[in-house]
Write a protein that binds this ligand. Structure first.
Ligand code: SF4
Length: 435
């Protein structure tokens, strides 16, 4: 059953009149990947971590095909298969798990952080992975930290895997103790970013005179950032509600900002940090203007291909609202409907305020109803999961896979045009096919 409720987007300095946006709330059949998918980008980021999925052969196939694993590689993820004997209660799953983990850690001494990742099957048999993680942590305490989180698809969408992983890691972060009450706060950037993007942001923060700056997750498990009341954090991704809550419970304060997508989003995101750290307007302009101008001129090339094109978002990555804001405001695209699996009103308040008045938002999924609306609207391009993309292409619609938005570096000034190109390319391809 659907319900439509109006929400008031938060007012911002640039628009004191809050815009009313209709939100279609839906529950029904969903077409999204599960949280195991996050292992693909997380294992590349934390280079001495290992992700052991405790799941079925289906889970193993999902992760392997998403990663495109080469057989010669020594991957940093695997699946401990729960088979029929385990499901029937004929084997002690905990004993099996201990045996698998012991063998793994003996063979791979470079692993410093091991995540036991829960799945639908492990949840169905009520396997307590938090107790298993505690037990194994004690056994291997001097060498490796063992943590657990759930990547199950029972009530998640795929980006929640990263949120669950980072939230599980927060209690392990060392405490940040300020030497004096007047010591400047530390900035923590939260959310997995490609290393190249992280380096670009680090250079910008340095030019702004903001520091110390740390990124979470870090590139190595032994390099966890400290956190405490002196921490100010900026979310780099909009799907980290549990992680933000866990950091706030440690005393850290979130800096409210739009997300760093496009020239405008990146500037506003950096501005939030600059304001919190007392950077002067002149220094801010001097530091950000070259990157902002590069992004604006790179986007101008793509505007002619995208302006006026109508776009429909199925709920999938949770990046939909920031990307819709970018495509509408910086490239002139028309938002037909912007679906998101979850609408976190607080973390998205600054984004919602920047959407055009009357934007139709949908939260949750009832895939049949959404398909009906999409077909009726006949958008120029539809953003959706892999399961919907092929059938819609077969019907003559142009699609963009939502998962590419997470696998591709899209944050910051120098990636703004790459982000726009992800939408321009399928439209150009369609034009060539039709011509
Ligand atoms: S965790 Fe659940 S949804 Fe994900 S691959 Fe395994 S069985 Fe499928």
């Amino acid at each position: 059953m659907n319900s439509v409720i109006p929400i008031r987007a938060a007012a911002t300095g640039c628009n004191d009149v809050p815009a009313l946006q209709a939100v279609i709330r839906e529950r029904g059949q969903r077409e999204v990947f599960c949280g195991l998918t996050g292992i693909i980008w997380l294992h590349r980021k934390i280079q001495d971590a290992f992700f052991l999925v405790v799941g079925s052969r289906t889970c193993a196939h999902l992760v392997q095909s998403a990663a495109g694993v080469m057989i010669f590689a020594e991957p940093r993820f695997a699946t401990a298969i729960i088979d029929e004997r385990d499901l029937a209660g004929l084997a002690d799953v905990n004993t099996e798990l201990d045996r698998v983990v012991t063998r793994l850690l003996e063979r791979r001494p470079e692993i410093k952080l091991l995540f036991l990742v829960g799945s639908c099957p492990s949840e169905v048999i009520k396997l307590d992975l938090s107790r298993a993680a505690q037990r194994l942590s004690q056994s291997f305490s001097s060498n490796v930290r063992v943590l657990n989180y759930s990547g199950s698809g029972i009530e998640t969408t795929f980006t929640q895997g990263e949120d669950a992983c980072l939230a599980a890691l927060v209690p392990s972060l060392p405490s940040l103790q300020a030497a004096t009450d007047t010591e400047a706060p530390a900035l923590l950037v939260v959310g997995t970013l490609a290393d190249v993007v992280e380096d670009q942001f680090m250079r910008l923060f340095k030019q702004l005179g903001i520091g110390p700056v740390r990124f979470f997750p870090p590139r190595n498990a032994g390099d966890l950032p400290s956190v405490g009341a002196h921490t100010r954090f900026l979310l780099a991704q909009p799907f980290l509600a549990d992680t933000a809550r866990a950091l706030e419970a440690r005393g850290a304060q979130r800096l409210a900002a739009p997300f760093p997508l496009g020239a405008e989003g990146t500037t506003a995101w950096l501005q939030a940090a600059a304001t919190a750290f007392g950077v002067s307007a002149a220094q801010f302009e001097q530091a950000v203007d070259p990157g902002r101008q590069r992004a604006i001129s790179a986007l101008a090339r793509l505007r002619s291909q995208l302006a006026g094109k109508r776009i429909f978002f199925f709920p999938d990555s949770q990046l939909e609202i920031p990307i819709a804001r970018f495509l509408s405001r910086e490239l002139g695209m028309v938002l037909v409907e912007v679906g998101t699996p979850y609408l976190h009103r607080q973390h998205l308040a600054e984004e919602l305020a920047l959407l055009p008045d009357g934007t139709v938002l949908s939260e949750g999924q009832h895939v049949e109803n959404q398909l009906d609306r999409c077909r009726a609207a006949k958008p120029d391009i539809t953003v959706c999961g892999l399961g919907l993309a092929n059938p819609l292409e077969a019907e003559g619609m142009t699609t963009k896979w939502a998962i590419e938005l997470v696998f591709t570096p899209i944050h910051g000034y120098d990636q703004a045009a790459d982000l726009a190109e992800l939408f321009a390319r399928p439209l150009v391809r369609r034009l060539k096919l039709v011509a």
